[in-house]
Design a protein. Structure first.
Length: 181
């Protein structure tokens, strides 16, 4: 049945006018280099429309799976950087751009930075290197969701329990560290 359908639609052979149906590409832009290569290849070798649709369907599916994997990996790296991930990424990127603008780094150095700065461990290493030369770096912090506000933390310090109970005091100090670095 499937073969009869392909034959009746003419998909069993290459289009006579050389114009393939590109709907199998979905949302892939026309200027995408892989799309252009596949279309040139299909025209050059006279690939049937059915074979082209099959190939493109698999390529698009693999591209989607790869994109999802990259997104998951990026999200995992952000988690490793902690609640201030965006700020840390922005700060290290600005620092690296500054090195390029000052002429300390060239384009090749910046390309290497992109590789190292593409992971949480790389960003941490670069931050340590920067701190070794510039001293402790201030980090803008964002409060952790569900954590006490600044006012609530100061009220905890004002509580007599803070001065009497070492475990309570340690808990409050940890909350300060989480929220304010």
């Amino acid at each position: 049945m499937d073969l009869r359908k392909q034959i009746s639609q003419g998909k069993h052979k290459a289009p006579e006018d050389g114009k393939y149906d590109t709907s199998a590409f979905g949302d892939t832009p026309e200027d995408d280099p892989v799309r252009q290569h596949v279309m040139n290849w299909a025209s050059e070798y006279g690939v049937s429309q059915a074979a082209l649709d099959n190939l493109v369907g698999q390529v698009v599916e693999m591209g989607t799976a790869n994109f999802e994997q990259v997104q998951a990996s990026l999200e995992e790296e952000r988690k490793l950087l902690g609640p201030n991930a965006d700020t840390r990424i922005t700060n290290i990127s600005k620092w690296a751009s500054g090195l390029v603008n000052k002429g300390i780094w060239g384009k090749d150095d910046f390309e290497e930075f992109k590789i190292m700065g593409g992971t949480a461990r790389g960003i941490s290493a670069l931050e340590k290197l920067r701190e070794a030369y510039e001293g402790r770096l201030p980090i803008e912090t964002t409060p952790v969701e569900g954590a006490p506000s600044k006012e609530e933390l100061y009220q905890m310090v004002a509580n007599p329990k803070y001065h009497e109970d070492p475990s309570y005091r340690k808990k409050v100090e940890q909350l300060f560290a989480q929220n304010f670095g």
